[in-house]
Ligand binder design. Structure first.
Ligand SMILES: Cc1cc2nc3c(=O)[nH]c(=O)nc-3n(C[C@H](O)[C@H](O)[C@H](O)COP(=O)(O)O)c2cc1C
Length: 424
């Protein structure tokens, strides 16, 4: 079981945590080869691995052989064991530059690129693809063929198109076909299947049914960094709230180790630590005897989680999807002296008026009223700003009440649909 490349999520402290839980192969966040070659400090930092990472694969976005080869050299110097070519990123910023999933459009060009990278570099080159760009341009079998013939050392297939979000299930039938075709052609290159795995028994079933050599987990690891241990031991771990807080506190400690235990370290960590609760809050126990059948009909990660009202306050806090609360949880974890201290402070916070307000309004910021009252009615456009014109009168009490009611209704709808509040 492999940890997927995850922009933001796959930061070094998080990978260190996953490796504590027995993860043996982990991928970096996506790195732009061009920016790295220009000396970009953020991209350089992404090359660093944690001492407990036994096999670290650095993922690059590139479409040029020379550019890729230069970046691979640097990755090797920094200790990477292999390099992955990103052929799946769907975001416009990436595809408009001819990178990520846009590489899927031409298997011929992909072949040339992979062949060049393989021939001119010393590290094994792996390729991560999707089924295709859109539903009507699925060409994953052609791209798998191109990658294996070009000499790739492994191929990961995420069973979705680039256009598709996460709402539909990953298509493992096509992954299975890709494995069959590859073996029929006489290649023993490892094929890694990816999409919708949250439990060790779903991983087992996917491996058996599709014939893949490994499975890769993304969101499943973000929600349950201990999924690797479950897979290794072949049993579900159902940690108590206190045990989960211990894991989360360890993540906070690893962030301190990596970014620094001072104001600057905290500032850097804040790009990550509160964000992680967007996924950690989705944890739910799925013991095999209860959910194995259900998981065949629908992958468990795709199930909407309803949080019952009668749960312990600490469970409600840990399962809540409000980013205001995630920020407070992160602060408590960061400031607490020990795991026990973190747990007891989180328990108190779970019963506080502040958290009750967040649950009701989606905001615990006492400054909010002031902000709302001072919010101008219309937004000043560029033209108005240049001429120093004011955008309009301030909002009345009724208008503020109206905004608040609309906001509460929107929040209730989004949370009921399993979304995050406030929306990212
Ligand atoms: C937060 C987040 C960041 C991601 N970043 C990357 C990335 O940098 N490179 C990449 O190839 N895929 C990226 N992906 C896709 C995952 O690697 C994986 O293919 C996808 O989430 C499907 O696996 P899952 O169902 O186990 O989550 C990202 C996914 C998520 C949720």
């Amino acid at each position: 079981m492999i940890l997927a490349p995850l922009t933001r999520g796959g930061n070094l402290p998080f990978r260190r945590l996953c490796n504590d839980f027995g993860c043996k192969v982990s991928y970096s966040e996506m790195i732009y080869a061009r920016s790295l070659n220009k000396g970009d400090a953020v991209e350089q930092a992404r090359l660093r691995s944690s001492p407990n990472e036994s096999l670290y694969v650095v993922q690059f976005a590139t479409n040029q052989i020379n550019e890729g080869v230069k970046a691979i050299k640097e990755a090797k110097q920094m200790g990477a064991h292999a390099v992955d070519l990103n052929c799946g990123c769907p975001i416009y910023e990436v595809t408009r530059r001819g990178l990520g999933s846009s590489l899927l459009r031409s298997p011929k060009k992909l072949y040339k690129l992979v062949e060049g990278l393989v021939q001119q570099s010393d590290l094994p080159i792996t390729v991560k693809i999707r089924l295709g760009c859109e539903a009507d341009s699925i060409n994953c079998l052609d791209n798998v063929k191109a990658a294996r013939e070009a000499g790739a050392s492994a191929i990961t297939i995420h069973g979705r198109t680039a256009q598709q979000g996460y709402s539909k299930n990953a298509d493992w039938d096509l992954i299975k076909q890709a494995v069959e075709e590859t073996r029929k052609d006489g290649y023993d290159i490892p094929i890694i299947g990816n999409g919708d795995i949250l439990t060790y028994y779903e991983a087992n079933r996917r491996m058996q049914e599709s014939g893949v050599d490994s499975v890769m987990v993304g969101r499943g690891a973000l929600a349950k960094p201990w999924i690797f241990q479950e897979f290794e031991k072949q049993q579900t771990w159902t940690p108590t709230a206190q045990e989960r807080v211990e894991v989360y506190k360890t993540l906070a400690e690893y962030m301190k180790d990596h970014f620094g235990n001072d104001d600057m370290g905290r500032k850097k960590s804040w790009n990550f630590l509160p964000w992680h609760f967007e996924f950690l809050s989705r944890y739910k126990a799925y013991p095999e005897h209860q959910y194995s059948e259900d998981s065949i009909a629908q992958p468990l990660i795709q199930k909407r989680i309803i949080v019952p009202d009668d749960m312990d306050p600490i469970e409600i806090l840990l399962a809540n999807r409000c980013s205001d609360a995630h920020d407070r949880i992160a602060s408590i974890l960061w400031d607490a002296d020990t795991h026990i201290d973190a747990y007891s402070k989180l328990c108190s916070y779970a019963e506080s008026d502040e958290f009750a307000t967040i649950l009701q309004t989606g905001s615990g910021n006492p400054e909010e009223d002031k902000v709302l009252a001072n919010l101008p009615k219309g937004k000043a456009g560029k033209w108005e700003k240049r001429r120093g014109r004011k955008p309009g009168p301030k909002r009345s009490e009724e208008e503020i009440a109206q905004i608040r009611a609309e906001r509460a209704a929107k929040k209730a709808r989004i949370l009921a649909e399993g979304g995050v509040w406030p929306p990212p």
